[in-house]
Design a protein around this ligand. Structure first.
Ligand code: AMX
Length: 436
């Protein structure tokens, strides 16, 4: 076999052996320490989780399957005529199997997703019935949870499937969910912003991103390329971030992939996580209203200072792990320099990249004064006329599905048990310290 499933069927037994070996030989070894700060401080930096698909270096950024993101972008096969970017389909192949796909293998994933892409009518009806005031992210959470009757995992589990086979159903559900997401997301977009106008038909001549962009009513070639890049860049960031961890946590209860993904999206919807891309643009729009498209450095610094004095963070800057400019920011900036370097928003974001870190460094408390992925995406989307800020996190979510669902397949493959850490009250912590 040549597809992802065949590759996984070959690889999983080998990885299981390796995993079991680690468990038997080294299960008792200590790789970290837990301080009181870890317990009350969001478990920052604790070596607690397992992740096969990607790994984050605080300076170099994210590696997908041991490959630097910029090399992943450079090497993923270009599938359609004339495209300058690889495909998210190829990226999913890489994340799940650990192998860089050939052009043909990436095309096979496209074909699979096209076949699986039709969304059940009851789900579209539910989306259509939503009040426009429901945030698009909340709609995405609802839609993906409501796809749960499609779950082959649920069906197999109910029929008493063997644990060793769980991954196969997690794989089927994940493939189906990813295939449906462009239609789900575009339907949400059409209802909230375009009075329901827009296509929901999958066109078998286009790839996943091409279909998505067309359904959004933005079929321009360069925008489709931006979407391919965007979907690759936002896919995976280890397993400790809120969206990945939420998906994993819920998945360990053996909730199906549709529910696990829904939980993941509830987390992505928060302003300190995925919603930051919406917030960045709100902030930039305020900035341009206040001091124009071409302000002086002094005016910019003053505007940044005023934001901080108002008790707000600068959205798009800082990171819990990264300590340098996020390569996902850099890769978007490279795209911008190639395609739209004269766009006023792009120019502003590029200038702020130099100025904001200077200001944040002076606060002497920001661990990372440099831009993250969200500082850039908004102005690129604006350039190609995707203007509706409230939709931006949904794009992030569609992309994040690739990462969290690859991780979920591997969690089931390796038999990850239910997650259940021990918690302490403040009284217990004090007692513990006094006894120690
Ligand atoms: N602007 C102003 N202050 C900031 C800041 C920013 N961009 N980033 C961090 N700080 C402040 C914190 O608020 C904190 O102040 P406090 O001690 O008074 O509460 C202090 O610096 C130390 O925080 P940290 O250790 O540097 O950050 P963290 O690991 O606690 O949080 C993050 C990381 C991303 C939540 C934070 O940098 C932030 O709020 N950034 C802006 C929002 C954002 O861009 N989020 C997107 C992150 C990427 C993603 O998930 N999509």
């Amino acid at each position: 076999g040549k597809g992802i499933k065949a590759k996984l069927a070959k690889k999983i037994p080998i990885e299981r052996e390796k995993f079991l070996g680690i468990k038997c030989l080294h299960g008792q070894k200590i790789i970290g320490q837990i301080s009181v700060n870890s317990v009350i401080g969001g478990m920052r930096g604790l070596p607690l989780l397992f992740c096969e698909t990607s790994s984050l270096d605080k300076n170099k950024g994210i590696y997908y399957r041991g490959k630097l993101l910029k090399d992943v972008c450079a090497k993923l096969p270009r599938v359609q005529e004339g495209t300058q970017e690889g495909t998210p389909e190829g990226c999913f192949f890489l994340l799940t199997t650990g192998l860089m796909p050939t052009k043909k293998e990436a095309q096979e994933v496209t074909k699979e997703w096209l076949k699986r892409g039709s969304v059940p009518r009851y789900c579209l009806r539910m989306i259509d019935s939503m009040d426009k005031r429901v945030h698009p992210m909340a709609q995405l959470c609802a839609a993906s949870a409501c796809l749960n009757p499609q779950s082959q995992f649920v069906e197999a589990y109910t029929k008493g499937a063997r644990r060793a086979d769980y991954w196969k159903y997690a794989y089927e559900d994940s493939m189906n969910l990813i295939a449906m997401l462009p239609t789900v997301a575009a339907s949400i977009y059409a209802n909230v912003f375009k009075d329901g106008e827009g296509s929901r038909e999958v066109n078998h001549k286009e790839d996943w991103s091409g279909n998505f962009c067309r359904m959004l009513g933005l079929p321009e070639k360069d925008f489709v390329d931006l979407m391919r890049l965007y979907m690759i860049l936002h896919a995976d960031h280890e397993s400790g971030n809120v969206s990945a961890h939420a998906c994993h946590l819920v998945g360990t209860a053996l909730s199906d992939p549709f529910l696990s993904f829904s939980a993941s999206m509830c987390g992505l919807a928060g302003p300190l996580h995925g919603l930051a891309n919406q917030e960045v643009l709100v902030w930039l729009t305020k900035l341009r209203k206040a001091i124009g498209d071409d302000p002086s450095d002094e005016e910019l610094k003053k505007f940044i200072d005023d934001t901080l004095k108002g008790g707000q963070v600068i959205p798009g800057y800082g990171h819990a792990v990264l300590r340098d400019t996020d390569p996902r920011f850099v890769l978007q900036n490279e795209f911008a320099m190639k395609h739209c370097k004269d766009d006023p928003g792009v120019k502003l974001v590029t200038r702020l990249w130099k100025i904001i870190p200077e200001v944040l460094k002076k606060l002497n408390k920001v661990a990372n004064p440099y831009p993250n992925v969200d500082a850039h995406s908004g102005v690129l989307l604006q350039h190609y006329c995707l203007k509706e800020l409230k939709f931006y996190t949904v794009l992030f979510g569609v992309s994040r599905a690739l990462g969290v669902l690859s991780q979920l397949i591997w969690s089931r493959a390796l038999g990850a048990p239910i997650e259940r850490p021990k918690s302490f009250s403040s009284t217990e912590i004090c007692r513990f310290i006094n006894e120690a």
